[in-house]
Design a protein around this ligand. Sequence first.
Ligand SMILES: Cc1cc2nc3c(=O)[nH]c(=O)nc-3n(C[C@H](O)[C@H](O)[C@H](O)COP(=O)(O)O)c2cc1C
Length: 223
Amino acid sequence: MDLDEAIRQRRSIRKYRADEPIPREDIEAIIEAGCWAPSSTNIQPWCFIVVEDRETIASMAKAVYDRFQAISKEALGKGEKRLAAFCRFMRSYGSFFTDAPLVIVACSKPYENPVLKMPIATVIEKTRQYREAKVDVELIMVDTVKKSVTMAVQNMLLKAHSLGYGTCVMDTPIAIKDTLRELLHLEDELDLVMVIPMGVPESTEVKAPERLPVEEVMRFHQP
Ligand SMILES: Cc1cc2nc3c(=O)[nH]c(=O)nc-3n(C[C@H](O)[C@H](O)[C@H](O)COP(=O)(O)O)c2cc1C
């Protein structure tokens, strides 16, 4: 598939053919596309949990639904109508994947760089002592693993699209990440970044949400 075509035609797909599983070789090709993404100092701080078990997928979706439903109900009781409406929206926005044949949970691993030869917390602490230089290493290091995982996820969305699968990258489920950690038996060192349901789309006739025009999002710096 042509690159421009893949970039423009990929859509967030939220309904999948439940009876069409994704073959193992396609799952591996999608993950491999993720692995070719750039990452800070090439640390590749990612781990992709492939969830195929229908019960687990349904439990993940239900957990998201129930938690937003609970807040929505409580908020309504307190007269907080706007908050209740927001939570009702998030309830579906975060749980539509209940029947997806596959969910990939993209996780980050702690920043570990053999070149550093000391823990990143120590680097942050030590550079802070060099106040004159005004270099804030923490600003980079705290987010750098998540930025890297996100780049990998975009590659995966495009690869899945090129193979004929629909995906939807999600972060709403991350709002209940402790529950998801338990459901997935995640090791302590892993942190959830994105949840990506995928499958053969029920329909490919999904309207593309409009994009801001280039003139609106681009400007040339005037020195
Ligand atoms: C960081 C991020 C988080 C998102 N979280 C969700 C989500 O929780 N639920 C959902 O249905 N879509 C989610 N989306 C998908 C967006 O709604 C979608 O990308 C956007 O509306 C543009 O549509 P398109 O992907 O079809 O171009 C998310 C997208 C991004 C980039």
